[in-house]
Ligand binder design. Structure first.
Ligand SMILES: [Fe+2]
Length: 183
């Protein structure tokens, strides 16, 4: 049976490549991971504040989140300033990659993640995520640092101008992208 505390302990001090192996191994049975993590709670609609992310572990060199992303959610482009390993255990997470260019950002590929898929993002990656389905996306996100403390950046999805990452503004952009608020 998957045990989240044992997983967090195993990730400590590891490289992104080693964490990818650990997460891939855990996700050989996505149903077991789901069963172990469902107890943490359900996602909330984005109109009600936070999305349902839970911090499983937070230390200076490691953050582990249980991400619960509402149906049809779209994030603005953002970075993390540290490596990230993402593993989906229910639903689908579409990743869209960008690089700095011209007046803002230019597209640099995409990748769709389904249950048991694991993706490593390098320190410099800029991405946006989307849940294309009409049910909640659940994933484990592991970061090689203290994610909440990082001075990371996001991009206004309309103007593509860079600005400091700020949670409430990010959610406002997400609602705009989902067509729930006029710009
Ligand atoms: Fe991200």
């Amino acid at each position: 049976m998957f045990n989240i505390e044992a997983f967090a302990t195993a990730c400590q001090g590891k490289s992104d490549g080693a964490v990818k192996e650990l997460l891939t191994e855990a996700l050989r049975n996505p149903g077991e991971v789901k069963q172990a993590l469902d107890a943490m709670g359900q996602a909330k609609p984005i109109g009600e504040g936070r999305m349902g992310d839970f911090v499983i572990h937070r230390s200076p060199d490691l953050t582990i989140l249980r991400a619960a992303v509402p149906p049809k959610f779209k994030s603005p482009p953002h970075n993390h300033l540290m490596w990230a390993v993402i593993g989906v255990y229910e639903g689908q997470e579409n990743n869209y990659f960008y690089r700095r260019g011209g007046e803002g950002l230019e597209a640099a590929g995409d990748r769709q993640l389904k249950p048991a898929d694991v993706l490593v993002l390098g320190t410099d990656v800029i991405h946006a995520i989307e849940n294309p389905l009409d049910h909640t996306l659940y994933a484990i996100h592991v970061y090689g640092g203290d994610l909440p403390a990082a001075p990371r950046r996001m991009w206004n999805p309309t103007t593509l101008q860079e600005e400091p990452f700020e949670y409430q503004t990010m959610m406002q952009y997400a609602r705009q992208l989902m067509g729930k608020e006029s710009q």
